[in-house]
Design a binder for this molecule. Structure first.
Ligand SMILES: Nc1ncnc2c1ncn2[C@@H]1O[C@H](COP(=O)(O)OP(=O)(O)O)[C@@H](O)[C@H]1O
Ligand SMILES: [Mg+2]
Length: 414
């Protein structure tokens, strides 16, 4: 397993029930469950050597960055089975302009858009959009760490966003191409699909909370909590999204000679009963994965291995239980925050609670924070309401200076 966040903790923990797992580089919490090796995700040579010396049967790549720059291709060229798309497939996440072009070419429902590498035509397009009664969303095409999207309420905001990205170059090269698209209204859900190039299999849907504060206020974050199952997303809606958003993009890629083996994460918005694709990501979601892994009974290893080998994917066994994950973040996150703050975790956890570490490390044998999102408190129970109560009971026992978490994860759904 390559990576060091809460997503990788959840995947490594689940896979370790079915296989021997080594994580590079991991974090303090992952190291309590499985072996960690101190290799950066960018150290491709080191990772390749590790695979050889340890005779690794399957590499699961957690984050998008190494996929975008071709880690999976390098490993495959060396004869190693990899779960994660190659560079070509990873462009779906690495370039929003490319991704939208693929959606258009494959007939996938998505917001009307234009892609621009000059500010003037982008401004003209945004003005015309507003004049025709729609509001624009401005997106830096490249990878801007989840901060490159501005959902605008008027033309001024759109103009400011285009200038901020293209002239002030707030996101560096990630903003040298900008996508201007029509703002849709509706509710969002994400579909995580295991893909083998030929076959695909979707995991249960989890609802994500993007904003920092209760009631969906405050700035966007990497995600402050998740729950599953999601009553608002019916089995029919999932099937519809698979038919219209997942299958056509895989078919399109195959025709282009791209054999997509890994997770396809479809970010969907349901607007007036119809699902639109907002974006694709090329890896598991964080913190969706923490919640979904709590509902997996078994069969994950077989599914990921089959996907990596381009074979039909055996279904994963999913429990009927509900799961809720609450993210505990550093004070100030998603803005600036302190690191190396001592983190206190209760010794005795109830058996239905698992703590996934996102940003922790050991310093002189004591646990300290090392990132913005620090822990994910993840509980399962027969009902969502019980799961959320269990999770929050443990949240209230976590101690670290200036920590914050949302109080309303799964609250409106129980
Ligand atoms: N066309 C759109 N209409 C309305 N909201 C949008 C649209 N595109 C994106 N958003 C909002 O912005 C968020 C981030 O956009 P997304 O394309 O998922 O980029 P990223 O996750 O890389 O920041 C979405 O989750 C959604 O809330
Ligand atoms: Mg997104």
């Amino acid at each position: 397993m390559v990576g060091s966040g809460g997503r990788e903790h959840a995947l490594a923990w689940k896979l370790s029930q079915e296989a021997e797992v080594v994580v590079a580089p991991g974090n303090a919490g992952i190291a309590q469950d499985v072996e960690c090796v101190d290799l950066a995700v960018s150290d491709f040579e080191g990772l390749l050597n590790l695979c050889r010396t340890r005779a690794i049967d399957l590499v699961v790549v957690g984050p998008e960055d190494p996929l975008i720059v071709g880690l999976a291709d390098l490993m495959r060229a060396a004869g190693i089975a990899v779960y994660g798309p190659g560079k070509e497939g990873a462009r779906l996440e690495g370039s929003k302009a490319y991704s939208k072009e693929v959606m258009a070419a494959a007939g996938i429902p998505t917001a009307r858009f234009g892609a621009f590498d000059q500010p003037e035509p982008a401004l003209v397009f945004a003005r015309e959009m507003v004049a025709s009664g729609n509001l624009p969303v401005i997106k830096a095409s490249g990878n801007a760490l989840g901060k490159g999207v501005v959902v605008c309420n008027d033309l001024d905001e759109a103009e400011d966003a285009i200038e901020m990205m293209m002239l002030d170059r707030e996101f560096g090269d990630a903003g040298s191409t900008v996508v201007v698209e029509e703002r849709l209204l509706g509710f969002e859900f994400s579909l995580l699909t295991i893909c083998s190039g030929q076959d695909y299999y979707s995991l249960p849907v989890a609802q994500d909370y993007k904003r920092a504060l209760d009631g969906d206020r405050g700035p966007n974050t990497g995600g402050m909590g998740t729950y599953s199952p999601v009553a608002a997303v019916s089995a029919d809606m999932v099937r519809d999204a698979e038919e219209k958003v997942v299958k056509p993009v895989l078919d399109y890629l195959r025709k282009e000679g791209v054999d997509y083996r890994g997770t396809l994460f479809s970010g969907l918005m349901v607007s007036q009963g119809k699902s639109y694709c907002l974006e694709y990501n090329v890896r598991f979601g964080d913190p969706e994965t923490q919640t979904v892994m709590r509902r997996v009974n078994g069969g994950l290893l077989a599914a990921l291995l089959a996907a990596a080998k381009g074979e039909p994917i055996p279904p994963v066994s999913i429990s009927d239980e509900a799961a809720v994950t609450v993210v505990i973040a550093s004070g100030g996150y998603p803005g600036t925050y302190r690191k190396e703050v001592p983190v206190g975790i209760p010794q005795d956890l109830p058996s239905n609670v698992k703590i996934f570490h996102a940003g922790t490390k050991f310093q002189d044998d004591s646990l300290v924070s090392s990132g913005g999102r620090v822990l994910g408190i993840s509980a399962t129970a027969d009902s969502l309401s019980e799961a959320r109560l269990s999770a929050y009971r443990v949240c209230d026992k976590i101690e670290f200076a200036e920590m914050h978490f949302r109080r309303d994860i799964a609250a409106s759904s129980v």
